[in-house]
Design a protein around this ligand. Structure first.
Ligand SMILES: *[C@@H]1O[C@H](CO)[C@@H](O)[C@H](O)[C@H]1NC(C)=O
Ligand SMILES: *[C@@H]1O[C@H](CO)[C@@H](O)[C@H](O)[C@H]1NC(C)=O
Ligand SMILES: *[C@@H]1O[C@H](CO)[C@@H](O)[C@H](O)[C@H]1NC(C)=O
Ligand SMILES: *[C@@H]1O[C@H](CO)[C@@H](O)[C@H](O)[C@H]1NC(C)=O
Length: 577
């Protein structure tokens, strides 16, 4: 007995060492990599399964890969473990949709089958070639556990579902060598390529050198032979591995998306990286100098927590694509669980995708603005209108008539008198900390006010999405708006991560209403503040506020009155996989 236990320990040790070498950035549970544990949950109803978010039927899911539109059909590939609820055995799973809301599943599109991906098919992107043909570039793990870049084309371009993909015999097209000094454990996630005015393709790949985060640049004339440029497109000292870089143009003047190759006087560029060190994403807005092939951010640095983020809650490994049918750029992002691994095993699944968001440059040109794709509104039903109502200090107002566990709520708060706002302490620079310190129960003057989602009958469980308004300490007419998502009371089950999230929102409450839209879906709430200027996504696992026992409230625990108006909708269940 003892002997075999030792053998078992030794085996799992070896296994985990083997996988740690891959530098996967995911905890590797080598003892859970078997099909038996991929539970087909026996419970009749899983209270945390979402009604309109993208998820596979079961098992582990992470990064969105290669989103595209082809012949009017949207494709989403994603990192998927076909045999367990934890990370491992990664393939590119594949689903398609005509509306970005309802999805049908297909067989895995990319799975280990050649030497240069035999140990895994990791993240990558799609480029639509000028002929209209899509090309997948992805990171493969070779027999030496090195990260290399591979290319695949659709087998049959007449198949609108692009079900089968053929890997080119020249793979890998990009690989670490002695000469190029690329770290073979830190070389992954190629972007969509863009075509320069010199008719050469370019793309970037996430990497690091020592602690410097790198966007390694490659160029190609024929999409097949790729040469590493001398300089990275951009790099930043001291912030470690850049995963899933994304680099794309945005229009300065139009609320439309641009093809990834667009350049010109009306164009700014965005560089986003997923920082492995913090498991957070940051983006900057800047200028792409095509002749020098470098990116220059306007200001702020990518690694800084004072930098810009798509989402101040959970959101990682995101990727955009240009939807040429509707001239918009759409953002996909992976939302992981906040539950324990044993919770995930019980559910039989782990991870989902955020609702795809349309992104445009804000008119300030200093940040992006995100909004759920308009197609989502097809699922809205039974609108409950909230006519303009005064929420007195300390009041709670139940929104009756919506399925509160599966809803879309869009409200705006109006403040007529800001005079009593608390003064902002200049040391309060960290919004998340401030939200934790001044949680839902801490009464202020202007705030907290907002929405209570996933509320149980006795109010023991609740998730609060709210605002607080402060007066700037040195300017009587300037205000600071704080947006929070407080999960600390979201569940009576203590096994979950119930971190509070927060961000400042760049709106002026003197002249604008404070809008708040929350997409509530059983175990997720995605909130859009300031008409999409800031987003916070949270995962919650209530034990009482489940399905029909869930309530929704508007609240104002501040001492001053605020006015609320808007609508709430029940959301129909989408057909997903
Ligand atoms: C290609 O796809 C089309 C449309 O699905 C189908 O009719 C045709 O038979 C396919 N061709 C091959 C060679 O599989
Ligand atoms: C290469 O990357 C791996 C994974 O992060 C790291 O452990 C290793 O130290 C790096 N090697 C060098 C030479 O920087
Ligand atoms: C790009 O860099 C070149 C060389 O430094 C410079 O002459 C040019 O003005 C730059 N272009 C842009 C768009 O900044
Ligand atoms: C996922 O969730 C956990 C806990 O909620 C967090 O610590 C982790 O870093 C998350 N993100 C990623 C990208 O893995």
């Amino acid at each position: 007995m003892i002997f075999s236990l030792w053998q078992f320990c030794l085996l799992s040790l070896l296994l985990s060492f083997g996988v740690i070498e891959l530098q996967a950035s995911h905890h590797v549970y080598s003892n859970l990599q078997t099909t038996q544990l991929a539970s087909t949950h026996p419970q009749a109803k899983d209270p945390y399964r979402t009604g309109y978010h993208f998820q596979p039927r079961k098992n582990w899911i992470n990064d969105p890969n290669g989103p595209l539109i082809y012949k009017g059909i949207y494709h989403l590939f994603y990192q998927y473990n076909p045999s367990s609820v934890v990370w491992g055995n990664i393939v590119w799973a594949h689903s398609t949709s005509t509306d970005l809301v309802n999805w049908i599943p297909h067989e895995a599109a990319i799975y280990p089958s050649i030497l240069s991906d035999i140990n895994g098919c990791w993240s990558g992107s799609v480029t639509i070639l000028p002929s209209g043909k899509p090309a997948i570039l992805y990171t493969g793990i070779n027999p030496d556990k090195e990260q290399v870049q591979n290319l695949a084309f659709p087998k049959n371009l007449s198949d609108p579902f692009l079900r089968e993909w053929v890997k080119v015999p020249q793979n890998p097209l990009m690989a670490p060598t002695q000469a190029n000094q690329i770290n073979a454990s830190s070389f992954r996630d190629p972007t969509t390529a863009w075509l320069g005015p010199d008719k050469r393709w370019r793309l970037i790949i996430g990497s690091k050198r020592n602690h410097r985060g790198l966007a390694i640049l490659y160029r190609s004339k024929d999409f097949m032979h790729w040469t590493k440029a001398k300089h990275p497109l951009y790099s930043t000292p001291k912030n470690g591995m850049w995963e899933c870089p994304d680099f794309f143009p945005v229009s300065k003047t139009k609320l439309l998306g641009l093809d990834t190759s667009a350049i010109g006087p009306d164009v700014k560029h965005v560089l986003k990286v997923s920082l492995d060190n913090t498991r957070k994403e940051y983006y900057t807005i800047g200028t792409y100098n095509v002749s020098k092939d470098i990116y220059i951010p306007d200001d702020g640095s990518i690694e800084s927590d004072s930098g810009l983020r798509y989402d101040y809650g959970k959101f990682y490994a995101s990727k955009t694509f240009f939807d040429s049918a509707k001239n918009r750029r759409i953002l996909w992002g992976w939302i992981n669980e906040s539950s324990s691994v044993s919770g995930d095993i019980k559910k039989g699944w782990s991870g989902l995708q955020a609702i795809p968001r349309t992104i445009v440059l804000d008119k300030s040109r200093k940040q992006l603005v995100q909004w759920p794709v308009v197609e989502l509104e097809k699922l809205r039903t039974n609108e409950v209108k909230l006519p303009s109502t005064l929420l007195k200090g300390g009041s709670l107002h139940e929104v009756i008539g919506v399925t509160a566990a599966q809803a879309d709520v869009d409200v705006a708060f109006e403040i007529s008198d800001l005079k009593k706002a608390e003064v902002m302490d200049p040391s309060w620079t960290n919004a998340q900390l401030l939200c934790s310190k001044k949680g839902t129960s801490v009464k202020g003057a202007l705030g907290p006010f907002g929405l209570l989602a996933f509320v149980s009958k006795d109010l023991k469980e609740k998730t609060a999405i709210f605002y607080r308004i402060f007066k700037s300490h040195n300017n009587n007419n300037k205000y600071v708006v704080l947006m929070c998502s407080d999960q600390s009371r979201s569940s009576l089950n203590p096994d979950n991560d119930m971190t509070t999230y927060g961000t400042f929102v760049n709106v002026d409450p003197l002249h604008e209403k404070l809008s708040l839209r929350s997409l509530i879906d059983h175990s997720i709430v995605e909130s859009f503040g300031g008409k999409g200027k800031e987003c916070i996504t949270a995962r919650v696992y209530p034990t009482l506020a489940v399905d029909g026992d869930t309530h929704l409230y508007a609240f104002n625990y501040g001492s001053e009155s605020v006015k609320i108006a808007g609508s709430a909708w029940s959301m129909k269940t989408a057909k997903i996989n």
